[in-house]
Ligand binder design. Structure first.
Ligand code: SF4
Length: 369
């Protein structure tokens, strides 16, 4: 089974913390849709003969795309790939695009899962982040979505300067009151060259406080556990049976094809990523070429990725997935973390504890070959 990711690189306005590839000019929207349709044809053999079990529209803001474009893209995928009749089809949507007409049309087109960029239910946080929606729209969008979809995820951000633990708790509890079956929660990170990075350097915005972020993450894990959610990946929580199948396939090392500027693909042996420039992408596709760079992965690179990704999951790193020599080396390197309470070994798997999850990247890097 394989997945298809489509990158829709347009947004109404730039959230200050964002470092994804997007443009706030919609000038090339139609041309880009044409290019996506053509790229689907050009890449039809990429995942081999595997059935496609998940399709994911990410971005950018896919909910900004005209419904006709969404329909054409799904139709084109159906023409060129074998699609599992039970495929998960996710659309990332922002609250300000989610009126009843759009919701009904997305469902009609075949979308069966929504991932909503809520980030916070508080006006002050949304303004601070420069989000395009307000607090009222955050709640109204969920209420409208629940009329059409039951498979819904929402994104929330913690560790935002000014977000108290009480407000963070209210954000999470609001999501739980709506019975949202899947939450993705991210610590605000200040990425280089983003508007947020600049504003902090100019002292126009407060910087993040790592201790506050750790505290809010620990609180989050406790609340979600009490509410019966599986903390199945470091940033993702789901009620039983409601995990994101698309994202889970990344974490299981399955194949995926990325369509659109800046999207990544993986075929089990190499990774490739498309050019992150809308106009140059469109021009290249017009000439019948997919503009990408590619990296063949060595055994060591694949092994280190496997360590990094699996440690972030609830199931952890399955030691029997390693050779005897690799297993012995990992067990020896992990001793300092098992004795400090950051890692534990359970049923032949190496698993991060809550405290360990605070240091996940550093611990994974310390176990690398
Ligand atoms: S809507 Fe999403 S992709 Fe667009 S700027 Fe905001 S965070 Fe980035």
């Amino acid at each position: 089974m394989a997945g298809i990711y489509l990158h829709i690189p347009f947004c109404k306005q730039a959230c200050h913390y964002c470092n994804f590839h997007f443009s706030t000019s919609l000038r090339y929207q139609n041309e880009l849709t044409e290019a996506l349709l053509k790229e689907i044809e050009l890449q039809a053999n990429y995942p081999g003969k595997e059935t496609i079990s998940t399709i994911y529209f990410g971005g950018g803001t896919p909910s900004l795309m005209p419904v006709e474009s969404l329909e054409m893209i799904l139709e084109k995928i159906r023409q060129h790939f074998s699609i599992d009749p039970d495929a998960e089809i996710t659309l990332e949507a922002n609250p300000d695009d989610m009126d009843n007409d759009n919701l009904a049309a997305w469902k009609q087109a075949g979308v069966n899962r929504l991932s909503i960029g809520i980030q916070s239910f508080f006006e002050e946080d949304l303004l601070w982040m420069n989000r395009a929606h307000n607090a009222k729209q955050a709640k109204e969008s969920i209420e409208a979505a629940l009329q059409h979809f039951d498979n819904i995820s929402i994104d929330l951000i913690y560790g935002v300067p000014g977000l108290t633990n009480e407000r963070w708790e209210q954000n999470v509890m609001t999501a739980l009151e709506y019975n949202i079956p899947h939450l993705s929660c991210y610590a605000l990170t200040v990425e280089p060259k983003t508007p947020l990075d600049k504003l902090i350097r100019l002292s126009k915005k407060e910087d993040t406080v790592p201790e506050n972020q750790s505290e809010q993450f620990l609180l989050l894990m406790q609340w979600m556990r009490n509410a019966g959610y599986e903390h199945y990946e470091i940033s993702n929580f789901a009620l039983p049976g409601k995990r994101s199948r698309h994202n889970s396939s990344y974490w299981k090392g399955e194949k995926y094809l990325g369509i659109g500027p800046s999207s990544h693909s993986y075929n089990g042996e190499s990774r490739q990523w498309n050019l992150a420039n809308n106009q140059q992408y469109i021009q290249a596709i017009k000439k019948g070429m997919v503009p990408f760079e590619k990296e063949e992965l060595s055994h060591i690179q694949k092994l280190n990725e496997h360590i990094m990704i699996s440690l972030r999951t609830m199931e952890g790193l399955l030691l029997s997935s390693l050779s005897k020599e690799e297993k012995d080396k990992i067990i020896s390197a992990s001793k300092r973390y098992t004795s400090s309470g950051h890692l534990l070994i359970k049923d032949d798997s190496l698993i991060l504890t809550d405290e360990g999850k605070l240091l996940a990247d550093g611990i994974a890097a310390a176990l690398f070959f």
